[in-house]
Design a protein around this ligand. Structure first.
Ligand SMILES: Cc1cc2nc3c(=O)[nH]c(=O)nc-3n(C[C@H](O)[C@H](O)[C@H](O)COP(=O)(O)O)c2cc1C
Length: 247
């Protein structure tokens, strides 16, 4: 008698038979990194999207406002979230998300703790880049420029709109400093809350607004086969010069 029946019998009747059977029929796991779309996926997306007029505009702020409005209707969270890039004292880039809280023809405003890593980096090198990415729209905007601080009155007005607990949090958080335990933060919040009692919570002097004054803005839109569309606005005198870039 050959050994095969004995071997098979042991495998199928052993304690791990069910597990082995499952493993042998299991569909392979999807790759962790999504694969690139196939030719047909692109063609189907192009057909579904219909004709796509090119990005047009001569006022980058108006165009940005249109895109943000569209993102508000589609993004599930924080359509005003943007990646803020700065450089540290050694010239090493640093980047993190912040929320856009003000926009006009002067620039893009966000608020933070001046004593945080980003605050210290901006005070030493007042230049920054912002990147918006609206995944649901497959659009992105990049902004680069000098950074200035917003007026006290403007920061006060925005701070006054924040929830009281968030106002107290701005006093309590030593943003970017080591936190030995969550309890230390909670203790500081309790202490600051007690300090203000039922009274109004003023803006902490270190909690300020920064404005990125764009020297350039790029509007990027996904197109099939990675042949994306890019329109750049560069400041020229009182106006803007536009230029299209290869993807
Ligand atoms: C969606 C999102 C929005 C955020 N908005 C802000 C913000 O407006 N201001 C801020 O100080 N931190 C914000 N944060 C936290 C920052 O990303 C970061 O953790 C914090 O500011 C400390 O950064 P720093 O150590 O580089 O200064 C946000 C984080 C996320 C994910």
């Amino acid at each position: 008698m050959p050994n095969a029946p004995l071997w098979r019998g042991a495998l199928y009747r052993g304690p791990c038979a069910a597990h082995m059977a499952k493993a042998m029929t299991k569909t392979p796991a999807a790759p962790l990194i999504p694969p690139s779309p196939a030719e047909d996926d692109y063609l189907a997306a192009v057909a579904a999207a219909g004709p796509q007029p090119e990005i047009e505009g001569d006022d980058p702020f108006a165009l940005f406002a249109q895109w943000l409005e569209a993102a508000k209707a589609k993004e599930i969270n924080d359509p005003n979230a943007m990646c803020l890039s700065t450089v540290d004292a050694e010239g090493l880039p640093d980047a993190r998300m912040v929320l856009l809280k003000g926009l006009d023809e002067r620039g893009f405003v966000f608020y933070t703790n001046r004593q945080s890593a980003k605050g210290r980096e901006l005070d030493a090198h007042p230049r920054a880049a912002l990147t918006f990415h609206w995944k649901s729209l497959r659009r992105s905007v990049r902004v680069r420029g000098e950074v200035e601080t917003v007026s006290e009155a403007e920061a006060d007005a925005y701070f006054a709109t924040r929830a009281r607990s968030a106002q107290i949090g701005a006093w309590a958080s030593l943003q970017s400093q080591p936190l030995e335990a969550r309890l230390a933060l909670e203790t500081r919040i309790a202490r600051e809350g007690a300090r203000f009692g039922l009274g109004a919570v003023p803006r902490p002097p270190h909690w300020i607004g920064y404005r990125v004054v764009p020297s350039s803005l790029e509007f990027w839109r996904d197109r099939a086969f990675r042949l994306h569309e890019r329109l750049v606005f560069r400041r020229q005198g009182p106006g803007w010069r536009t230029e299209r870039l290869y993807p």
